[in-house]
Design a protein around this ligand. Structure first.
Ligand SMILES: [Zn+2]
Length: 274
């Protein structure tokens, strides 16, 4: 989404803002947003699940996507807007940058006179695996002494930023770790494996879902690209054991009981480290 908005809008002036749902703009941001026309889009940043669109004159938009928020690009020839449009930014080349959000959980806040990098660090303090890198040691620091299931720890954006419910299941499958394992029981080897898989799976997903209209879970055209997510009852792609579903951290969680045993195998190297 960040790459798309960068490609579509950076370097262009905003000629008009149309807001179709004022409450998408939080904390009185709509009034500030309406002063935007004439400003130029300068850069688009991301940290965790939060986007920053910086425009000239010191303005920036902090965008949260909720479950269904997305940016789309509408060519000048197309008068018709896509469904669930909340805001439309007309750009100087005649195209429109559109924020659509069917469940309305997304939000936009307008800031003035702050550095985007600084603000993103404040609102997303956790480690972003793709921006900051994530080592086994970093991950071990997040799980040490924690009784919570590793699935819940992965969703904690203040620890590691950018993993949502789908990818929490996917990275744990890739690392062969049961989602209900208490964080503190993960060995250094498992932390290193999980850290590597988090970066690999997130990088895969960004490339796999890259498109002008990025399909979100629940939309048509997503298909079945995942290893375990929403595959309960279907055979594991690795060992054919049926995938199971369980509620962990109040969210549906998917795993293979054979590839992700609840009791970790004892690794002689780990007992030596501990
Ligand atoms: Zn399996």
């Amino acid at each position: 989404m960040r790459r798309n908005v960068e490609r579509w809008a950076v370097g262009q002036r905003v000629t008009r803002l149309d807001c179709l749902r004022p409450t998408t703009f939080r904390d009185g941001s709509l009034e500030a947003a309406q002063r935007l026309p004439g400003a130029r889009v300068e850069q688009v940043l991301r940290r965790g699940k939060v986007m920053w669109i910086e425009v000239s004159r010191g303005h920036g938009w902090l965008v949260r996507f909720g479950m269904t928020g997305k940016w789309l690009h509408v060519a000048p020839a197309h008068d018709e807007l896509p469904p669930h449009v909340r805001a439309v930014l007309a750009l100087e080349d005649g195209t429109r940058l559109v924020f659509a959000d069917c469940r309305n959980l997304g939000s936009i806040r307008v800031y003035h006179g702050v550095s985007g990098e600084y603000l993103l660090q404040q609102v997303v303090p956790g480690i972003d695996p793709l921006l900051d890198g994530l080592s086994g040691r970093n991950l071990a620091a997040c799980t040490a002494g924690r009784r919570s299931p590793i699935k819940a720890l992965l969703l904690d954006q203040a620890a590691i930023a950018g993993i949502g419910n789908i990818y929490a299941s996917e990275v744990l499958f890739a690392a062969g770790i049961h989602p209900r394992r208490p964080g503190r029981t993960l060995s250094p080897t498992e932390c290193a494996r999980l850290a590597g898989q988090i970066q690999r799976v997130l990088t895969w997903a960004i490339d796999f879902f890259a498109a002008d209209d990025i399909r979100l879970q629940g939309e048509e055209g997503v298909g079945d690209p995942f290893q375990v997510y929403r595959r309960h009852g279907l055979p594991c792609r690795r060992c054919r054991t049926p995938i199971e579903r369980e509620r962990i951290a109040s969210r549906s969680t998917f795993y293979c009981p054979r590839c992700q045993p609840l009791r970790a195998a004892i690794d002689p190297e780990d007992s030596a480290c501990q």
